[in-house]
Design a protein around this ligand. Structure first.
Ligand code: HEC
Ligand code: HEC
Length: 393
């Protein structure tokens, strides 16, 4: 494994690899020891401490601390509301966090809106989460999305308290702490929603049958080569988050569907049997990116470099700009196309935008603020240059 690859592996994956290693150790201690002799070193206590941050449902691992609903509100407005909305209702792109729970749910511990037949269009975090430790742990390790692990334990208590207040689980004068978190767990709307008595939703308790999760029979020989397209990416969603072919995500490199191109079957350059079957069977406009992704080649970098987007795309990705900005469509912030259009006649547009990207701000497009961005002046100048040249894809 190259050093480059190693740097990109998250601690969670590393922990998984370590566990895999431990499993092998049990199976073949001697062979493993021989294979690993001289490799690596023992993790230091500080390294283990940095990884060992999980909070269990029984609250083992929960750091001591406290935070009030009011403190949480201030933090929320500053660090969470830009993505999740002032009332945790969230914008069109992010999961809504609060909402959909009732006083009765807090009493019963079972969210009515999740029952079969309930006419609830959306599922929020507070509707689903059965263990308060999960909410605390998730915020502590993953949020704010653009700066995970920057909150202190007290701040995590405070925003958690604020979210619970938005769901009417806690009154506005409440201070959540390690000392009273169990009492609050006993008020969580869906605390009795977790069950192991079923295999697949809806499960036995709700009138379904306990079925195994996987029911397919695997074909081992003489299998049909056809691919049946069950879903497709609607036109308006194509390229909404930039060209998938040029992105590599934390979950690994994407398989390379070029979403700047119309979804024509002729874009499939692979001659594998499933690809040919696809071309033969499927109306061009119905081919899904997800299906194309299995066989489509990655986009040619030369072509993109000519348009300039290849140079800025890594910067847009690295700085999570695409979480809030689409190429052509408004997300949390305006689309890059709209920004380019708005400033096309302004002489100092490049300098203005470069400054604004670094400093963030509000009011040019509406009331949602853009947080300051931690990128270098050179990077923000490069992005601005691309914008004033028309934000070509
Ligand atoms: C830059 C945008 C952004 C900011 C700022 C942000 N979040 Fe998030 N949040 C997300 C995204 C995206 C997800 C979904 C991540 C995923 O599913 O991998 C998420 C998920 C969550 C969830 C879990 C929702 C669920 O049901 O899965 C919680 C809780 C949460 N955020 C809380 C917070 C808190 C608290 C803050 C402020 C301290 C915050 N977020 C700031 C983008 C953001
Ligand atoms: C958390 C969401 C978020 C993130 C992340 C984000 N932006 Fe923004 N951006 C916004 C919002 C909201 C606005 C509108 C602000 C306003 O109305 O003044 C905006 C506005 C802009 C503007 C137009 C400024 C103006 O005055 O018209 C540019 C350019 C821009 N963003 C570029 C970027 C770049 C580049 C990145 C990544 C380095 C980025 N943004 C990251 C939300 C975000």
């Amino acid at each position: 494994m190259s050093r480059f690859e190693l740097r990109r592996i998250s601690p969670a994956v590393l922990a998984g690899l370590c566990m895999l290693g431990a499993g092998l150790a049990e199976a073949q201690p001697a062979a493993r020891q021989a294979a690993l002799a001289g490799v690596g070193r023992t993790a230091t206590p500080a390294e283990i401490k940095a990884w060992d941050i999980d909070v269990r449902p029984d609250f083992k691992g929960l750091p001591k601390g406290q935070g009030s609903v009011r403190q949480g509100e201030v933090l929320w407005e500053a660090q969470c509301a830009s993505c999740h909305g002032s009332f945790a209702e969230s914008s069109e792109v992010f999961t809504p966090i609060a909402g959909g729970t009732t006083t009765q749910d807090i009493q019963t511990g079972r969210v009515e809106g999740l029952m079969p037949g309930a006419n609830q269009p959306n599922r929020t975090t507070l509707m689903k989460v059965p263990t308060l430790s999960t909410l605390w742990d998730y915020i502590n390790r993953a949020m704010p999305w653009n700066a995970p692990k920057t909150l202190t334990a007290d701040e995590v208590y405070a925003v958690t308290a604020y979210i619970l207040h938005l769901g009417n689980v806690l009154p506005e004068n409440y201070t959540l702490s390690d000392a009273n978190i169990r009492e609050v767990q006993a008020r969580l709307p869906n605390r009795k929603g977790m069950t192991t008595a079923h295999a697949m939703w809806p499960g036995k308790e709700l009138g379904g049958a306990a079925k195994p999760d996987v029911q397919g029979s695997s074909c081992m020989s003489n299998c049909k080569p056809e691919v049946v397209v069950k879903s497709f990416l609607p036109d308006y969603a194509r390229n909404a988050h930039g060209n998938l072919a040029e992105q590599s995500r934390l979950v690994g490199a994407s398989r390379g569907a070029d979403t700047t191109q119309p979804p024509l079957a002729s874009n499939l350059q692979s001659n594998s049997a499933p690809a040919q079957a696809l071309r033969a069977q499927v109306a061009p406009e119905k081919i899904a990116t997800s299906v194309l992704a299995v066989t489509a080649p990655t986009a040619s970098p030369a072509k993109s470099a000519a348009t300039g987007v290849a140079a800025v795309m890594p910067l847009l990705q690295k700085n999570a700009c695409l979480a809030c900005h689409g190429m052509d469509s408004k997300l949390v912030g305006p689309s890059f196309k709209d920004i380019a259009n708005k400033y096309k006649d302004r002489p100092d547009a490049a300098a203005y935008l470069s400054g604004k990207i670094k400093a963030g701000g509000q009011g040019a497009w509406g009331s949602i603020p853009m947080p300051p961005q931690a990128l270098s002046a050179a990077e923000s100048a490069q992005i601005s240059q691309w914008l004033v040249q028309g934000a070509a894809k």
